[in-house]
Design a protein around this ligand. Structure first.
Ligand code: PXL
Length: 268
């Protein structure tokens, strides 16, 4: 039957070197055997050295991307990535409310790993007030969690407090990705707070490599793919963590500097 096959949607920016954004999301969907559709929000000109330019797509065009998909496909789960500014966040919110695109995974992309801004500071409030309440899962990294929970995170206890604050903002399930700031660290621990109130830590090896572009995008994309297959949020998060760890542990020798993770590697 048409539309019986699991389908996921990424609402995100294109990264020209293919290491992050929509490209990383589609690689992740493909690897998890889920058909991937995309609503492009912006286009970034960049390579493994960094970002050199970006443009936002017109809101009227973004509206038409949503409508085109809604008229034809049966999206089982969606995720957001780069949303650039407040107007774009609100356009995504309005479209998501209008159509049935399944549970929403919000990857609150604020900067690249190397400090390029992908969301204007003036949009943090819009993200917090309008998008986070729609989130089935939110996947901030350490830095994004500090901004959105409006607190410093200096310890594991602080990660727990930040997750509780994000839950109060309306996100049902939260994973806060642990800090990678100390090159001497051996492990990284992510904190998960589920809708039920259950919580747990996911600890993995720390990989001392510069080739980690697209890690956060891929984590949220794999969660989305698993939700599109009707798997539970807890299973989706556990699969995504293993997937990303295995993809970081392996390398694709392309790009001179901050290269991509390897979506072919995961064997889970
Ligand atoms: O990984 C964050 C990210 C998300 N979306 C786009 C990007 C990047 C990082 O470079 O370019 C479009």
């Amino acid at each position: 039957m048409v539309n019986d096959f699991p389908q996921a949607l990424t609402i995100a920016g294109s990264d020209s070197d293919g290491s992050a954004g929509v490209q990383a999301d589609l690689h992740s969907f493909f690897q998890r055997h889920v058909y991937g559709a995309s609503v492009l929000t912006a286009c970034v000109a960049g390579n493994s050295y960094g970002i050199h330019d970006s443009v936002n797509l017109p809101i009227s065009f973004i509206n038409n991307e949503f409508k085109s998909l809604a008229d034809d496909y049966k999206i089982g789960a969606s995720k957001t990535g780069m949303l650039s500014d407040s107007e774009l966040v609100d356009a995504v919110v309005e479209n998501y409310k209008k159509y049935d695109f399944g549970p929403l995974v919000v990857d609150p992309v604020i900067t690249t790993k190397h400090g390029n801004m992908l969301l204007e500071q003036s949009a943090y409030q819009t993200l917090r007030d309008h998008l986070i309440p729609l989130a089935a899962v939110i996947t901030p990294n350490f830095f994004e969690a500090q901004k959105l929970a409006e607190m410093d995170i200096k310890s594991e206890n602080d990660m727990v407090t930040a997750a509780q604050r994000l839950k109060k903002l309306g996100a049902k399930n939260i994973i806060i990705k642990g800090s990678h700031s100390d090159p001497k660290q051996k492990k990284v621990s992510d904190y998960v707070l589920l809708e039920s109130g259950d919580d747990f830590w996911l600890t993995g090896d720390f990989y001392d490599t510069e080739r980690k572009n697209g890690t956060g995008d891929s984590l949220s994309a794999v969660i989305t793919a698993e939700l599109a297959k009707n798997n539970s949020v807890e299973d989706a998060i556990r699969v995504a963590k293993k997937f990303v760890d295995q993809a970081i542990a392996s390398q694709i020798p392309v790009g001179h500097k901050f290269g991509p993770i390897n979506h072919w590697a995961p064997e889970i």
